[in-house]
Design a protein around this ligand. Sequence first.
Ligand code: GLA
Length: 717
Amino acid sequence: MHYGGDYNPEQWPEEVWHDDVRLMREAGVTMVTVGVFSWARIQPDEHSFDWGWLDRVLDLLHENGIAVDLATATASPPPWASTAYPEMLPQDENGAVYWPGSRQAYAPSSPVYRRLAARLVTELVGRYAAHPAVAMWHVNNEYGCHLHYDYSDNAAVAFRLWLAGRYGSVEALNEAWGTLFWSQRYGSFDEIVPPRKAPYSHNPAGVLDFKRFTSDTLLGLFRMERDIIKASGAAQPVTTNFMGFFPPADYWAWAPELDVISDDNYADPNDPESFRGAAFTRDLMRSLKPGTPWILMEQATNSVNWRPSNAPKAPGQMAALSMQAVGRGADGINFFQWRQSRRGSEKFHSSMVPQAGLETRTWREVVALGETLGRLPALPAGAAGGSGASVALVIDWENRWALENPDHPVVLDYAQLVQRWYSALHRQNVAVDLVHPTSALDGYALVVAPQLYLLGSAGAANLSAFVRGGGHLLVSAFSDVVDETDAFREGGFQVGLREVLGVAVEDFGALVLPASAGRAAGDSAGDAGVGGVAGASAPGSAPGESRAPIDTPFGALTGEYFAEELQLLAPGDSGEPAEVLGRYSGGRLAGLPALTSKATGAGRAHYLATIPDDDGMLAVTRWAAGLAGVQPVLDTPNEWVEAARRGSLLTIINHGTEPVEVAVTGVDVVSGASVTAVSLERFGWALVDTAPVAAAPVSAASGPAASTSVPSTQELS
Ligand code: GLA
């Protein structure tokens, strides 16, 4: 279990370093990340390197038994680089340059940047690959964090090459993008530019490819550095820090390239539900490399500095969120940063060693957490350390990029929606793995595929095979609409999943946007871009319908965004027709089908022709989970009590304001005591090894905590 944070000794005189390592030992720190923003200090000009200070830092840490996650320092080029080579600077869609003076001022496609970064990494790795302090390599930092997209000439050149590689010929590109529309036909790749500021909507297939290109380009930078590290003979694992469900990087494609997944997460203390968003990203990190522990690379000990209002964490909240990560597969808990900066943009960002000194709650909590983590035995990993999830939630970056293009029936925020679907399951303590549409799905009882607008043929075939093989699939509105090129398929909508759904949309029936559109369900790193869609009209002023009331076997449900009009299809050779289980109970479509279910092979696929509100998501997932025989991890009516499995280890956390008592039999991993129940104050947590009783869900005797009653899935099924 690693414990530590970003250590930026170059911001301090050397005498402070000795104080640092003494305090690190006091706090139980085992590993620090060094050098993330040290390029200017390491290489003061293009032709010289100054290693002496870094040699001394690494030696000092090693002498004190503290390992180093050594950063490659390429995240923020020094001003000399862009002064000498201004063409390496990125540009926005209007052609405005992002100048130096902040950080990350480089165009990812810039050959100059790549050359300078490659040289720095080569020198760094050559010097430190065999240093005994170095335990891991930290490539760059949060790729794409501030600059999601670069529209510079460097990007244009690289985009054309990428397109030529993808399509082979400009004719094939014209066909895929549908460029006969609006006279967009290209005579050669050289005529193509990134989707810069234009009078009106860009070609959506072109924008989708630009986003694919951007993710691939950033990944290419990672690969370049990783390959230099590996080629040097360095044996340490290589990581780069992810940012949850981060908009511009398709981490499904990135994950296989990293030895260790790591993630940065800054849940908002102002949002009482932000722990659900944090759980979502932790489950995502675990799911990106199943069976491999991941590292929480950054979080805040207390407040951040970059929100409009930066609330402090409540007492105990930092430890609770840390243990949430441990319970969901993390083998490392780290912070940004070790010692609070005195100067610069982040001086108000909390740290492990606060500016206010050591007589502080923050320092006491840092020491206490280090002590706790230091006492943990090796935690279950590999096949023995899984979440036990029998539910998978499909998330797909390519779908996100396509879905968030303009000119659709209604504006959707995909990240917000998938996190709301996740939260519905999380409120029931149902364990969830995140999967790609083409992931192996054996072992899951229920797959939830929300708003899967872009569904490639491989994904459609995979989901259909899952149903035929005995799985339950829940699909909801605006799914299976276009193929990989953002084009409608021959034969209407839901062509890919037609066999298993047995329905197709005739009309999407957009509703007036709900007020909640743009409200993220929880919060995550940096932030993972979940905000952004404003409600369209003030309550009462809307001319159209904003809600779709639906009667279902599990009660009344309210739909938002869409009230799709469905066609029931004649069954093919392979099955029965779809049954209508729910109908619109009011509005324009009153009496028409809104929820269907169809058996195919050994399984079943449900289609819900709308996006339910939060209560509706809870109800429909509870119903579908019950039908699929899914058991919750913890059977409790208190949705502020969170539970997760890591093999035989059960993590229970009370995020509510009132104390709770949870009945659970096993061994408390921290104290070593046998328990039959745990008492948890606000932000109290327990890690219980339930090995002898792991098969059955435990039940919680509810304390007086305020909660909405959530019946167990057993009751519902
Ligand atoms: C990101 C960066 C860090 C720091 C934190 C502040 O995660 O990687 O360098 O700026 O944000 O929250």
